[in-house]
Design a protein around this ligand. Structure first.
Ligand code: CAA
Length: 383
């Protein structure tokens, strides 16, 4: 693996840095307090091509490899995880999955809108009763002539209230566990689909997280994506790449924590000198720096494997596990450097910590990642 970035990768990273400085950084505190990022950010993300990365230009995508995708995701995560999440879900979990599994008609129907930012996608897997045990979901889609009629509910859905389309997972037959699950592309304006914003989150406050309710939602059979009963493979393949994207966002959080801690430590004086000159502050800062590097290298390895067509699922779980835990440690260490100022939202460390905390929970908890890694190493499933 070559760790030197190509000219194209360096250019896209710079584009993302400039975008964050111009479009995100000035609004971070305001969006966090208002519990909503400005929706116009979606169109702007589309205009610079960030919502089309790795998707073929034929379908409106902006191409690029998975390392470029990670570089952009990291920079967005450095700026604001609520914005990063929009991309990780609308592009990462929805558009990329349609590009991989969708029929020609489904790609033409959804990809140009999703990659341009005209449309937003969300990923409807988690339910009130099934989080980690996703294969046991209970939303049902029943065949009725040329249609399916869907009933059920979905929980903690990122982009949920903003989305135009939900990649929805529902049970279509009585086969046990994941075998009976199919995937559907459901327009969110379909009668019977309602949404409720979830308020009171610890972090990611700017993100439109929602609960979805489906009551007799009728879609044509052509809304099914991939063969009947293959829905769980669709979900797992989406999450295998999605976990890399979360890991990259976590690298961004940790990098932001490092940048903020170093700047503050060189400015803040105690005991007659900058606190950067105190050994225990240097320890906090160097711990953050090692976490940043290790998380980034694990994440880049996943991108490299994907781009070379190699298996990457276990490596993606390793990257997500380490980077999410590292982001929490890094933000917490940065908060310690800031002392009391770290506890108020005019300084960045508190928000970084609040945003980082969910990374060990969503797209598979740290415990699920450990079991995925353990199964790959031992050949024995603990599920
Ligand atoms: N590509 C294609 N197919 C895959 C795959 C991949 N990468 N990984 C697994 N599959 C297929 C398998 O081949 C298998 O198919 P068959 O039965 O046809 O052979 C099927 O998927 C099931 O695979 P597993 O045996 O690995 O599945 P499992 O039942 O053992 O999975 C689990 C258990 C790993 C715990 C899984 O349930 C899991 O990942 N749980 C966590 C759920 C999760 O991450 N939820 C996140 C919600 S989304 C979210 O947070 C988004 C958001 O809004 C931010």
């Amino acid at each position: 693996m070559n760790l030197e970035l190509s000219e194209e990768q360096s250019a896209v990273r710079q584009l993302a840095k400039d975008f964050v400085a111009r479009e995100i950084a000035p609004h971070v505190i305001e969006w966090d307090r208002a519990e909503s990022v400005d929706r116009s950010i979606v169109k702007k993300l589309g205009e610079v091509g960030f919502l089309g990365l790795t998707v073929d230009e034929e379908y409106g995508g902006s191409g690029g490899d998975h390392l470029a995708y990670c570089l952009v995701t990291e920079e967005l995560g450095r700026g604001d995880s609520s914005v990063r999440g929009i991309v990780s879900v609308s592009l990462g979990l929805v558009a990329k999955t349609i590009a991989y599994w969708g029929s020609e008609e489904q790609k033409r129907q959804w990809l140009p809108g999703l990659t341009s930012g005209e449309l937003v996608g969300c990923f409807g897997l988690t339910e009130p009763g099934t989080g980690s045990d996703a294969g046991n979901l209970s939303t049902k889609a029943v065949r009725d002539g040329g249609d399916y009629v869907i009933n059920g509910s979905k929980m903690f859905i990122t982009n949920g209230t903003w989305a135009d389309v939900v990649l929805l997972f529902a049970r279509t037959n009585d086969a046990p566990g994941h075998k009976g699950v199919s995937a559907f592309l459901v327009p969110t304006d379909t009668p019977g689909l309602s949404r409720r914003t979830i308020h009171g989150k610890l972090g990611l406050r700017g993100q439109a997280t929602a609960e979805l309710a489906l009551e007799d939602v009728r879609v044509p059979a052509s809304a099914m994506m991939a063969p009947e009963g293959k829905g769980f493979s669709v979900a797992m393949s989406a999450l295998a790449k999605g976990r890399m994207s979360v890991a990259a966002g976590c690298v961004g959080i940790a990098q932001a924590a490092l940048d903020a801690a170093v700047t503050y430590a060189t400015e803040r004086e105690q005991f007659g000198k900058a606190i950067a000159g105190h050994q225990l502050v240097q320890e906090l800062i160097s711990d953050i720096a090692v976490d940043v590097d290790a998380a980034r290298l694990l994440t880049w390895r996943v991108a490299d494997l994907i781009d070379r067509g190699q298996p990457f699922t276990t490596e993606s779980s390793k990257a997500k596990l380490f980077a999410s835990e590292a982001a929490v440690r890094a933000a917490n260490n940065a908060l310690q450097v800031f002392g009391g100022y770290g506890y108020i939202d005019e300084y960045p460390a508190g928000k970084l910590l609040r945003d980082a905390r969910v990374m060990t929970l969503y797209e598979g908890t740290s415990q699920i990642q450990k079991l995925v890694i353990g199964r790959a190493l031992t050949g024995v499933s603990a599920f």
